[in-house]
Design a protein around this ligand. Structure first.
Ligand SMILES: Nc1nc2c(c(=O)[nH]1)N[C@H]1C(S)=C(S)[C@@H](COP(=O)(O)OP(=O)(O)OC[C@H]3O[C@@H](n4cnc5c(=O)[nH]c(N)nc54)[C@H](O)[C@@H]3O)O[C@H]1N2
Ligand SMILES: Nc1nc2c(c(=O)[nH]1)N[C@H]1C(S)=C(S)[C@@H](COP(=O)(O)OP(=O)(O)OC[C@H]3O[C@@H](n4cnc5c(=O)[nH]c(N)nc54)[C@H](O)[C@@H]3O)O[C@H]1N2
Ligand SMILES: [Mo]
Length: 836
């Protein structure tokens, strides 16, 4: 297998087939800068990818104090040496010449450089002033799914117990708040039941609104390898676009946008009708089956076919596969989470597993996926507003326990109401009750819905905006203070992937200029603010990543996400380890719920649940009467149509999402040449039928308009379902010629100019996947093609000859079957002490 492969042209590399229940073979992917030979690399520094939630373990090659490449870690349970295109090339952004190197403060309307003392004192002065004049509710923190565990935990402590605000959330709200909510609704507590190893054992893998080929390419390699091996799994794909997953699927359902609940109810109907129910499992481990059975009684495939515009026979075929699988693995992501019935739909997938008894054994699992690399930590550390360690804000004994850990009075920790979700925090800023917003590691001026509104909120004089980032992003340009952060590769910390695998990420190189790790910035702020515990000692008692990790371990003790068995040393050298990891499970825990639904008991559960239609929180009494013994909860939901339906003026549905080569608002991937060139600008996907109907062709410049706004891009004709348009949301404004957003009458290119301010009632996740839109020609393409990749879901379907996406010599990546080539031995363990 030793070969060099153009990993832009062939994103998944070559195959290492394996059979069911066999171990996934190793394939080590290595990419080094031109001119650097493996022998020259003296230091390989251990880490994992921060460009998706897979946790692909890798080593950074360091040559002369600079990053010179990356190599997958053969010993890691997650990727066995493989890396995806973003993992391979994205690190180059770290050394981009336009990194922020000094703090900036706004003076006379302009951002000017200053020293750290000046910037921090300005933030401290404003914080004190607001605390005195308006109280803690005037300060909000909006963070990310991309920092490290130690940083989130510190931020949570200072925001909740230091400032005492309820306004703390992450962009995980836009990302996987529905994953968390669906797990709480079904199992009483967040925490991923399944394991990536289930891919090795499943005979049916069902992907719901999840383009895993592009968004977690290494796990897709694993599925592709199984498809070429003995006893391959059959795939069910629910996605309106012709993704690579759809192309490999035995059954592909391409529903009308926003109709997941109707489709799922029909699948549940069929499984119950054909009695593919595991009645023993249902009786022993669940409550609520009867209600589900009666709710879906009328939801026949024919009924759903009318709503979803999918043939009833195809729904029947999918139900047959799901109903007869002996090892069913389901994965769920944004096609489900970013819609109006997000939690209701995600919960139906949990129901499917519960009624079929498909949990807690190899090959039988559900992955309510994460998106961002460290989103799991945002959630477990409470930087999404929940209480740390999956504690229940409505349970006084949980609040008291947290107060004990922090040595504060329970009253100091706001728990009078649900935490403020991000969309609400921006609303408060718009209305003027939030007067300071500290934004770390996220770019809301591109990633939140309805950007004209977000820009106007952030630009208000009365709102003091702090932005902590690597670059002068669209958001940073609107800030009052900009703090230059050190990032992955330049700082040490841990993070946890979607299947609970904890990885250590060591510092490889020095950050540029005066940039500082986010942890140091938060610690500095806590010290300057003089936050105290109830005995007058410092509230934040740690001073570096490892001491922060130790503090977090104390907070996690006895909770589902128990880290007490982990240390930095244990995480160095070998594979990542799955939590809970403690005395009972010293090597970590592959799957949850192997015996019982352990965290749903009323005394221990993280949440008493919510009404899936209104989002209202249930209380302890309701929960106890529904679920006195702490079983899994089967919650039924009726289908409700999307809030915005196509009409005469806006005849299309519009959905937005990702391509394999770019990450979010592209602050990193646009600065990696191979990735940037593979998809340099925005495009608009439409079906051949719709293009022909409007007389449009590949490469035409088109305008997409919704009631909120418009964008322009070139047309790509694909096999997307007729009636639906797709726009990638990666393209903001910082790297356009103008360098700023849409001006006057000329629409911009950001997808979120068009999206709607609306969210799922239970998870509060905004709706990025359904809107009604119009499409029109602006200018003929004249033989040009859209700047969209040809390798994945945006592959052209028309007769038009479109040049294939390739990377050329600079995208050649070495693949090796031998884990111990390339001086691998030298790298273990790769310790931080070697730095120098
Ligand atoms: N290359 C790349 N990888 C990434 C990221 C990235 O930016 N780029 N981001 C990471 C993050 S943070 C996240 S959250 C994940 C997201 O990963 P995914 O959820 O896989 O990505 P999306 O493209 O947002 O959406 C997935 C699919 O949902 C489908 N869809 C749209 N509407 C519907 C619907 O109504 N029903 C159904 N069933 N499907 C629908 C779309 O056609 C799309 O193919 O990716 C992670 N990985
Ligand atoms: N239309 C539409 N909109 C969407 C989505 C969609 O599918 N469609 N998906 C949503 C989803 S799932 C997500 S996750 C969001 C993502 O949206 P964002 O979080 O806004 O996207 P990023 O570009 O990843 O922004 C992260 C920022 O953090 C900075 N950064 C990176 N590492 C560090 C670090 O170590 N420290 C600090 N301080 N900063 C750092 C980066 O430079 C970048 O500016 O977008 C959401 N918006
Ligand atoms: Mo995400």
């Amino acid at each position: 297998m030793d070969a060099s492969v153009d990993r832009i042209a062939r994103p998944w590399g070559s195959r290492t087939p394996y059979g069911r229940h066999e171990p996934w073979p190793v394939r080590v992917d290595t990419y080094l800068d031109a001119g650097v030979e493996p022998e020259q690399v003296r230091r390989w520094v251990q880490t994992a990818s921060v460009l998706h939630s897979d946790g692909d373990a890798m080593d950074i090659a360091v040559v002369d104090g600079r990053m010179a490449g990356v190599r997958g870690r053969a010993d890691d349970r997650v990727n066995r040496g493989r890396l995806g295109p973003k993992d391979l090339f994205g690190w180059q952004a770290n050394a981009s010449p336009d990194r922020l190197t000094r703090p900036l403060v706004r003076r006379d309307g302009r951002l000017v450089e200053c020293d750290w003392g000046t910037a921090m004192e300005r933030i401290v002065a404003r914080s004190r002033e607001l605390l005195d004049e308006r109280g803690p509710g005037s300060i909000g923190f909006y963070t990310t799914g991309q920092l490290f565990l130690e940083e989130y935990y510190t931020l949570t402590v200072l925001a909740r117990a230091g400032i005492g605000t309820n306004h703390l959330d992450g962009n995980t709200r836009l990302c996987t708040s529905t994953a968390a909510e669906a797990l709480k609704e079904s199992f009483g507590c967040d925490g991923q039941p399944g394991s990536y190893d289930d891919i090795d054992h499943a005979d049916v893998i069902a992907l719901f609104g999840h383009n895993i080929a592009e968004t977690q390419p290494v796990q897709w390699m694993r599925i592709l390898d199984r498809l070429e091996g003995g006893d391959p799994p059959r795939l069910v794909c629910v996605d309106p676009r012709p993704t690579p997953v759809a192309r490999e699927a035995t059954v592909h359902l391409a529903p009308r946008g926003g109709t997941n609940v109707a489709l799922l109810n029909a699948l549940l109907h069929e499984i119950i009708r054909t009695d593919r129910v595991d009645h023993d499992y249902v009786a022993t481990h669940t409550v609520g089956f009867e209600e589900l059975a009666s709710r879906v009684k009328e939801c026949t495939p024919e009924w759903a076919a009318g709503i979803c515009d999918v043939p009833a026979a195809r729904i029947g075929e999918a139900a047959e596969l799901l109903g007869t699988a002996d090892g069913l693995l389901s994965t769920v992501l944004q096609g489900v989470y970013q819609s109006h019935q997000a939690t209701a739909a995600a919960v139906q997938i949990n129901n499917l597993h519960l009624i079929r008894g498909m949990l807690g054994r190899p090959g039988a699992g559900v992955l309510q996926m994460n998106g961002q690399p460290t989103a799991q930590n945002t959630r477990e550390c409470g930087a999404d507003g929940d209480l740390p360690g999956f504690r229940n804000w409505q349970n006084d004994s949980h609040v008291a326990d947290l107060a004990r850990v922090w040595n504060v009075d329970p009253k100091t920790i706001p728990h009078y109401a649900p935490p403020t979700h991000a969309m609400q925090m921006f609303r408060y800023a718009e209305q003027g009750s939030v007067r300071m917003l500290w934004i770390s590691g996220t770019n809301p001026a591109v990633s939140l819905p309805e950007l004209s509104r977000i820009r106007s909120i952030l630009a208000q004089d009365r709102l003091f905006v702090v932005v902590q980032d690597l670059f002068l992003t669209e958001t940073a340009q609107l800030a009052d203070v900009v703090l230059p952060a050190a990032t992955w590769g330049e700082k040490t910390g841990t993070f946890t992937n979607a299947d609970r695998t904890v990885h250590l990420s060591d510092k490889a190189v020095e950050p540029p200029g005066e940039a500082r790790p986010d942890l140091d910035i938060f610690l500095d702020y806590a010290a300057r603010m003089g936050f105290r515990d109830k005995d007058g000692g410092p509230l934040v008692t740690w001073h570096d990543p490892e001491s922060a990790f130790e503090a977090w371990k104390r907070c996690s003790a006895g909770r589902p996400c128990d880290y007490t068995g982990l240390t930095y040393d244990r995480l160095r050298g070998g594979s990542g380890i799955q939590w809970p990891c403690n005395e009972q499970a010293p090597d970590g825990t592959e799957r949850l719920y192997t015996d019982t639904i352990s965290w749903a008991h009323p005394d221990v559960c993280e949440s008493y649940g919510k009404d899936l239609v209104t989002g209202a929180s249930d209380d302890a009494v309701e929960y106890r009467s529904l679920n006195p013994d702490g079983k899994a909860m089967i919650k039924a939901a009726a289908y409700l149509p999307p809030h915005e339906a196509p009409d005469h003026d806006h005849p299309f549905q519009l959905t937005t999402g990702r391509t394999i080569y770019h990450f979010h608002t592209r602050t990193k991937t646009a600065r990696a040449p191979q990735l940037n060139e593979a998809a340099p600008d925005v495009w608009v996907e439409a079906s051949a039928t719709d293009a022909a109907g409007l007389g449009l062709d590949e490469g035409d410049l088109v305008e997409v308009t919704t009631p909120r706004g418009a964008l322009r891009g070139r047309l790509r004709v694909t096999g997307i379902r007729p009636g639906l348009l797709f726009v990638p949301f990666h393209y903001g404004y910082w790297d356009t010629e103008a360098g700023h957003g849409p001006d006057g009458d000329t629409p911009g290119r950001a997808a979120n100019e068009t999206t709607v301010t609306d969210w799922d009632p239970a998870s509060k996740q905004p709706l990025f996947k359904t809107a009604a839109a119009a499409l029109r020609l602006v200018e003929r393409g004249g033989g040009r093609s859209a700047p969209a990749p040809t390798t994945a879901a945006s592959a052209p379907s028309g007769a038009h000859a479109v040049p294939a996406t390739t990377g050329g010599p600079s995208a050649l990546v070495r693949q090796s079957a031998d884990a111990h080539r390339d001086g691998r031995e030298d790298a273990r363990p790769s310790r931080q002490e070697d730095a120098g």
